[in-house]
Write a protein that binds this ligand. Structure first.
Ligand SMILES: [Zn+2]
Length: 161
């Protein structure tokens, strides 16, 4: 389990072990290409988000330095998740052998997500993982606030489960 925190805005994001394992599996499968998808879970309170599972996009285009996902035909998936108490929390993708910092493209993508009609949360998350051939080396988590990405601080040492 990993916990990320932003003290100033009092946001705590917890990521379950099954999510981290799935994230690593999908990341290594796609290596050396990027991959990604959706973070799904719930808000336990106004300031506490729990990432409980990954949802895979209905379509994706993955290159060594690019990742695009489709949300086409996902309405039923979101509706079913909602019925079981789970909501969209944000996005994730990999930067194989790269840094976990977000790119300008990533920032623009998050800005357009905030303004899109299917996102009903104020501060969607962005998780970036950097895998090598064998494992995920590091994970950064950001949240969107006032059209900026704010980095959360990992509270569990090395940031690896
Ligand atoms: Zn990126």
């Amino acid at each position: 389990m990993l916990t990320y925190e932003d003290i100033q805005n009092d946001l705590i994001v917890t990521i379950n072990d099954n999510v981290l394992n799935e994230l690593e599996r999908v990341s290594l499968e796609s290596y050396p290409n990027e991959t990604g998808g959706f973070l799904v879970g719930k808000y336990l309170s106004n300031t506490q988000a729990l990432v409980e599972c990954l949802v895979h996009p209905t379509g994706k285009k993955c290159g060594p330095c690019s990742f695009e996902r489709s949300t086409k035909g996902m309405k039923d998936i979101w509706d079913n998740l909602y019925d079981s108490g789970l909501i969209y929390l944000g996005e994730w993708h990999t930067h194989p052998n790269g840094s976990c910092n977000y790119s300008n493209t990533d920032l623009e993508a998050m800005r357009s997500i905030v303004s899109s009609e299917y996102v009903h949360i104020a501060h969607p998350l962005l998780l970036i993982a950097s895998p090598n051939k064998y494992k995920i080396q590091n994970i950064n988590v950001y949240y969107c606030d006032s059209n900026q990405l704010v980095k959360l601080i990992c509270k569990n040492g090395t940031c690896r489960a």
